[in-house]
Design a protein. Structure first.
Length: 255
């Protein structure tokens, strides 16, 4: 009975392997039960949300690498990671403040996709925070697939693009470690963190991200399904639609 329960926790490729002897069996079980630690994070995209996420990671003592593109028209003498550097500078100027202390900005390393791909291998969690366009997201996630460390967790901050569409071309290993982590702006002050797992996402990956979000970042976790706009935006869109419907019914104007 115990052996059957254990076998159910193994990955299919392990069960089918003819090399599954006693030693590898024990190793397999150990790997699946080993606690996943998130000690360093990559944030892909230095826009408003990327700035906010990396800043709040710093608030919690978590070092991060903030990636963005090399500008097409780079001023003479300007650093190639200018967009990420500017993003960090902007985060220190936000009101209300994104940082507990502006000195915490030192925990964020600016980087660019062209020169600093090697830094991705040091990160336990990789959060994609680029524009809400599936084609662009897939390009970035393809870059992640080339440079991430196997076993690292990959997440998207999308507010509504189907997880299944983003995961469709991923390897089995990466798909098992892919999920949605939807933060809200401003990240420091908005307590909600929406988590969405895919059909193949490992339970221990969801658990690790939830514990990190709640215990380290101080977030309140809600679990959504891979449905249009997940939970928050689905409710929000319904609420906004209801307001306009009742305005029309009552003959109200913006004045």
């Amino acid at each position: 009975m115990l052996e059957q329960k254990i076998m159910m926790r193994l990955r299919p490729e392990w069960i089918k392997s003819p090399k599954l002897n006693e030693a590898s069996f024990i190793l397999a079980i150990s790997e699946r039960n080993m606690a996943i630690k998130i000690q360093k994070v990559a944030v892909l995209g230095a826009g408003v949300m990327g700035q906010g996420i990396s800043a709040h990671l710093a608030n919690s003592g978590i070092p991060s690498v903030l990636f963005d593109m090399v500008p097409r028209e780079l001023p003479n003498g300007a650093p190639r990671s200018k967009m990420a550097i500017d993003g960090i500078k902007n985060a220190t100027k936000l009101k209300p403040s994104a940082f507990y202390s502006k000195a915490d900005a030192a925990l964020i390393t600016p980087a660019n996709y062209d020169d600093d791909a090697g830094l991705l291998a040091d990160c336990d969690l990789i959060i994609e925070v680029v524009v809400e366009n599936i084609k662009i997201k897939n390009i970035v996630l393809g870059w992640v697939a080339e440079h991430r460390r196997p076993g690292s967790i990959v997440a998207s901050n999308t507010s509504g693009i189907p997880l299944a569409e983003m995961a469709a071309s991923m390897s089995d290993e990466m798909r098992q470690r892919f999920m949605v982590t939807h933060f809200f702006n401003p990240v420091r002050y908005m307590r909600l963190l929406e988590l969405v797992a895919g059909e193949d996402t490992l339970p221990e990956v969801v658990k690790a991200v939830a514990e990190f979000g709640e215990g380290t970042l101080g977030k309140g976790i809600v679990y959504g399904k891979d449905t249009p706009n997940f939970i928050a935006n689905r409710i929000g869109c319904y609420g906004m639609g209801s307001v306009f419907r009742h305005m029309d019914r009552l003959g109200l104007t913006v004045e």
